[in-house]
Design a protein around this ligand. Structure first.
Ligand SMILES: [Zn+2]
Length: 256
């Protein structure tokens, strides 16, 4: 039973980290420094003071507007902060204190950043995925799933998507899947092991297909629409992280 105070602390910590993830999502694809300058209004350049920068609260008090020029500030900022806080609470709630909790919190941050960047820019930066693979493998030396499982997971994750990408290229003579997806699934394997790679891939493909059918039936784009696969991989990974074992057990129940 986790102390409610610890969960409240996790929520506050998550809000602050979520605020930083907003900076990462906005600046990293533009190759801007994450540390300086301090956050500014994109319209008028007003430098946010500390009281303009309190997660969720400042946005709500200013009713989603810049204090100086009144331009509207996207609801995506408080949403990223709230989602980070919620996932931090969930991780702290279900994970024993130790290296596993640290690795799960870090993976949550990475997934939120990749989700936002892929959605906005259709890229999965090497500067996140490649260190992510290394850090995932390092954590596996001291935490589940263990280094063998993590290594197999990284190779399997990269191998499956690379094979799909290569097959698609041979078939259509154009790139259907980016190498960013390949590195991202390798990272998922390094953090969560090979079983989670399969669960993630199934969930991502399934949700991608459902959203795709909805978009197509709504006549918003043809067969090839620009919803990036990395966003689905991020959602699939989160579900695999929290519900992977029950999902595998449920599926195994159908096997003879
Ligand atoms: Zn402004």
């Amino acid at each position: 039973m986790t102390d409610p105070l610890i969960l409240v602390a996790a929520a506050f910590f998550g809000l602050c980290i979520g605020s930083f993830l907003n900076v990462v999502i906005y600046r990293l694809p533009l190759h801007q420094s994450l540390a300086t300058p301090p956050s500014r209004c994109r319209q008028c350049g007003y430098s946010l003071r500390w009281f303009d920068n309190i997660p969720v609260l400042s946005w709500a008090l200013l009713r989603g507007r810049c204090r100086k020029c009144g331009v509207s500030v996207s609801w995506q900022y408080p949403l990223v902060e709230l989602i980070t806080a919620a996932l931090f609470v969930l991780v702290v709630w279900v994970t024993p204190i130790g290296p596993l909790m640290a690795s799960r919190l870090l993976l949550v941050c990475i997934l939120i950043a990749l989700f936002g960047i892929d959605l906005e820019h259709q890229i999965l930066p090497n500067s996140i995925t490649l260190p992510g693979i290394v850090i995932g493998l390092l954590f596996s030396l001291v935490a589940p799933p263990g280094w063998k499982d993590a290594l197999i997971g990284a190779l399997l994750g990269a191998g499956i998507l690379y094979a799909i990408a290569a097959a698609y290229y041979l078939w259509r003579r154009e790139e259907g899947m980016g190498m960013g997806d390949v590195k991202m699934l390798a990272m998922v394997g390094a953090f969560l092991g090979w079983k989670a790679v399969l669960v993630t891939l199934v969930l991502a493909s399934f949700s991608g297909a459902i959203i795709g059918v909805i978009l197509m039936s709504a006549q918003r784009g043809g067969m090839k629409f620009a919803l990036p696969f990395g966003t689905f991989l991020a959602i699939g990974t989160l579900i695999a992280m929290f519900a992977g074992d029950p999902l595998i057990a449920w599926y195994a129940g159908f096997l003879p």
